[in-house]
Design a protein around this ligand. Sequence first.
Ligand code: FES
Length: 151
Amino acid sequence: MTLSLSNFSNIDRLTTRLLSNTFKKMHILRQIKCLNIILLTTAIVGTSELITVNLITDSVLKSVNGYARTYKNLMAFLSAKLELDDMGECKGMGRCGTCQIRIENDCSLIGDYDGNEINTLKMLGNIDPKVRLACKIYFNEQIDNMVISII
Ligand code: FES
């Protein structure tokens, strides 16, 4: 077999074409990856329901909104949205009682006391079933349209 200059030229052209196709494929793969991320983000946000919490302060009703499960609990939501520096001293351990709230409407969907909640409330003298610790209430669809006052 003899190798001529034209053979090298053909190999060079072939290599260039192969590399070009590889780069095109890589570019397409990158675009697909980006599209997947966008679709995943849309799916996550799309499944989160907008939650409204109605807060009574000085006889005035104020509505505050946030997406379900974007906050660890109701205390984290209230603390972030209302910039309440004195709420959540124990960071949600259910021990300090700085996140006490009174639920002003039906609270049957919220569920039972969690962890230290009942002991802390008893220690603080609050045995009213409408008084709860916001750090022990999940920020999900079950609290949508809840009416509360901060104690
Ligand atoms: S944050 Fe301390 S009891 Fe809720």
